[in-house]
Design a protein around this ligand. Structure first.
Ligand code: 3PY
Ligand code: MG
Length: 256
C-alpha cells in the first residue's frame, strides 16, 4: 500500500516530519532506517552511491515499513524522476533548480496533464497503492511532492518565480551548497549566520506561497532548530554520517 496517499497534504499538516537520508548502496539500509522512527526515507542518488536498481528495490521496502520514500535525482535528470514515481516514490527532490525553465521541466516530468507531461506507466506505484489506473491517474499529481532545490544565489533571487510554477509543491533548501555560493566558494558551513539569514528569507517566501518548505540538517540538534523555525520536512543526514558517528562513539567508549 502507498500508506501515505496524500503525502504532500500531510506535509502541510502543521507537525514537522523528519526523513532519513540514505546514500549507501544496499536497499536494506533504507529498509532498516524506515523501521526506525523516521516519518519518511530519502534515497540520495545525486551524491550517494546507491544506484538506480537499488533505489527501485528500496522504494517498496520503505513502503512495506509504512513510510513514504523520496528520491533525490542527479542534476537535470528529470526523466529519471518519472521512473521513480512510476516505482511508487512519494516525492522527488531535484537539485540545482536555478532557472524557471528548470522548475518547469521538473514539473513536466513529475506531473500528469494538464499540469505536466508525465507519461503513463506507473506499474510499481499501481502495485503498491492497489489503485485502479483511472484512480491513480486522478490522484497521482497529489500523491507525490515535487521539490525544487534552492541552493544557489540564482535560485534565491528567483524563489518566488520557482514557487509560482504549477506542479512545484515546494522548495528544498541545500544549506551546504548555499553556504559555498554565499561565501563565493570560500567555505562550506551549512549552519553559518549567512545561511540562516538566507533560509529564513526562503522559508518566509515558501510560506507566503502556501507551499512546502523542506531542508537538509547535518545533525539531530540542527534538525530540531530547523523544525522549530517552521520547516515542514527536515532531512537528518545521513546514513554514512550516522554510521561514522556510531563507530566513533563506540570506539571512544571502548578506549576510554
Ligand atoms: C546541500 O546542503 O547542498 C544539499 O544538497 C543537501 O545535502
Ligand atoms: Mg546540494
Amino acid at each position: 500500500m502507498l500508506t501515505n496517499p496524500l503525502f504532500p497534504e500531510r506535509l502541510k499538516g502543521g507537525t514537522p516530519l523528519f526523513t532519513a537520508w540514505c546514500g549507501l548502496p544496499d536497499p536494506s539500509i533504507a529498509a532498516t532506517l524506515a523501521r526506525e522512527g523516521f516519518d519518511a526515507v530519502t534515497l540520495d542518488t545525486q551524491h550517494g552511491s546507491i544506484d538506480f536498481a537499488a533505489t527501485l528495490q528500496a522504494i517498496p521496502l520503505i513502503a512495506a515499513a509504512g513510510k513514504p520514500a523520496l528520491v533525490r535525482i542527479p542534476v537535470g535528470e528529470f526523466a529519471t524522476a518519472s521512473r521513480y514515481l512510476d516505482a511508487g516514490a512519494s516525492g522527488i527532490i531535484a537539485p540545482m533548480i536555478n532557472t524557471v525553465e528548470d522548475a518547469r521541466r521538473l514539473a513536466a516530468f513529475t506531473k500528469f496533464p494538464p499540469v505536466g507531461e508525465r507519461s503513463w506507466g506507473a506499474y510499481g506505484a499501481l502495485a503498491l497503492s492497489r489503485l485502479e489506473p483511472g484512480d491513480y491517474l486522478r490522484t497521482a499529481n497529489n500523491l507525490a511532492a515535487s521539490f525544487a532545490m534552492v541552493e544557489t544565489r540564482e535560485a534565491l533571487a528567483i524563489i518566488d518565480d520557482i514557487l509560482a510554477v504549477p506542479g512545484i509543491d515546494g522548495v528544498f533548501i541545500g544549506p551546504s551548497d548555499l553556504s559555498i555560493a554565499l561565501s563565493g566558494g570560500k567555505g562550506v558551513d551549512p549552519t553559518s549566520a549567512e545561511v540562516d539569514k538566507a533560509l529564513d528569507h526562503a522559508l518566509a517566501r515558501v510560506k507566503a506561497a502556501g507551499k512546502i518548505a523542506a531542508i537538509y540538517a547535518v545533525s539531530g540538534p540542527r534538525a530540531a532548530e530547523l523544525a522549530a523555525k517552521g520547516f515542514h520536512l527536515v532531512a537528518i543526514g545521513s546514513d554514512m554520517s550516522m554510521l561514522r558517528a556510531g563507530a566513533h562513539a563506540a570506539l571512544a567508549a571502548a578506549r576510554a
